[in-house]
Design a protein around this ligand. Structure first.
Ligand code: AQP
Length: 331
């Protein structure tokens, strides 16, 4: 029997997940479970790079896990674990540090943005892409589903894998990026040139997967569109970024092509368009919220998933790490 290829991806427990996280990453994670061996990591160590109050990481991990389950990640099919429970990640991180170049990391746009937004210059934020490379490479990952914001980090991962392989032989699999066409980047509701982020301090910029009906109404009604007369509901990222972002969200949650939506809303007002989005978003989120609270109340169940997942992850990770140590003459 052919062995399944491995998919790896991660998410930080930095707050309530957004519709951007769902569309850009989680919806793909769910689909990929059908075909691949999927390894999903709750990246708590990464989250320390920007968290102001780190006392609640444990609770944040359980929140994130509950949402993963609510979205359809199946712990019987996929390996789910918290990054800090598998020490091989930081061990490989150090080794890859020795192969990464300062200039490469200085070019990372996420570092520039996050250090600016969070007003921090901690080394860990600079090092973030190398830990991410370690996360991915540790499992012989073939494919990595991510949103567009992570492409630069994935390119670095591929570069590091190839650089190491050039010296030590084919140790790492050079992973491919999986990215969806529409939805690879969901933008902020008030500034459609900026990515929607769960840690945005203005909650009206984001649609959280736990938002109630009332906040969805408020947020969508206030989402930026444009002042075209007559109104035009058309996908055009350059001239109509706000409308394009809303079309993107609607297309993904209703599974309807953008082309079909453009035809459906031809000649309609923005008010009508927004009412339609509100109705469908609320329908979508109500179901998700219900499942989330169902899982969230059973901490024993959640902790067992993490324990079981970390044991499986450790077993896999140690095989490759031992090989690397051996190649480097460390044992
Ligand atoms: N706006 C987005 N559109 C599409 N995909 C997105 N992702 C994040 N935001 C969007 C994808 O979600 C996955 C998990 O992201 P993460 O939590 O590891 O880190 P992030 O990219 O930094 O996500 P956030 O929401 O912006 O978190 P904070 O605010 O904590 O930095 C990734 O695959 C990402 O591409």
């Amino acid at each position: 029997m052919l062995q399944k290829l491995t998919v790896f991806s991660g998410i930080q427990p930095t707050g309530n997940l957004t519709i951007g996280n769902y569309i850009g990453a989680l919806s793909q994670w769910v689909m990929l479970q059908k075909q691949y061996l999927c390894i999903y990591c709750i990246a708590d160590l990464h989250s320390l790079t920007v968290m102001k109050n780190v006392q609640n990481v444990n609770q944040n991990i359980l929140d994130t896990l509950s949402m993963l389950l609510a979205c359809g990640i199946n712990p019987e099919k996929s390996i789910i674990f918290a990054q800090s429970n598998v020490p091989q990640h930081t061990q490989l991180n150090w080794i890859l540090n020795c192969f990464a170049k300062f200039g490469e990391l200085s070019r990372m746009t996420q570092f520039k943005e996050k250090s600016h937004c969070n007003n921090t210059n901690v080394v860990a934020l600079f090092n973030y892409p190398i830990l991410m490379a370690a996360d991915i490479l540790l499992y012989g990952t073939h494919k990595v589903p991510v949103g567009k914001d992570q492409i630069q980090h994935l390119e670095l991962t591929r570069t590091l894998a190839k650089r190491f392989n050039n010296i030590y032989g084919n140790v790492f699999i050079v992973p491919e990026i999986i990215i969806r066409h529409h939805g690879s980047c969901i933008m902020s509701l008030s500034n459609p040139t900026k990515k929607m982020s769960k840690s945005d301090i203005n909650i009206n910029n984001i649609i959280s997967l736990l938002d109630n009906n009332k906040s969805i109404i408020y947020k969508i009604q206030h989402a930026i569109t444009d002042s075209d007369t007559p109104p035009l509901i058309k996908y055009d990222l350059i001239n109509k970024p706000g409308i394009s972002n809303l079309l993107n969200i609607l297309s993904n949650i209703t599974n309807t092509s953008i082309l079909k939506l453009e035809k459906e809303f031809d000649g309609q007002t923005y008010h009508y368009f927004k009412e339609y989005i509100i109705e469908h978003l609320n329908y979508f989120l109500n179901k998700l919220r219900e499942k989330y609270y169902f899982y969230r109340q059973d901490e024993n169940y959640l902790n067992n998933i993490l324990l079981y997942g970390s044991e499986k992850a450790k077993a896999k990770a140690s095989v490759l790490l031992n090989k690397i140590y051996h190649k480097l003459g460390l044992q």
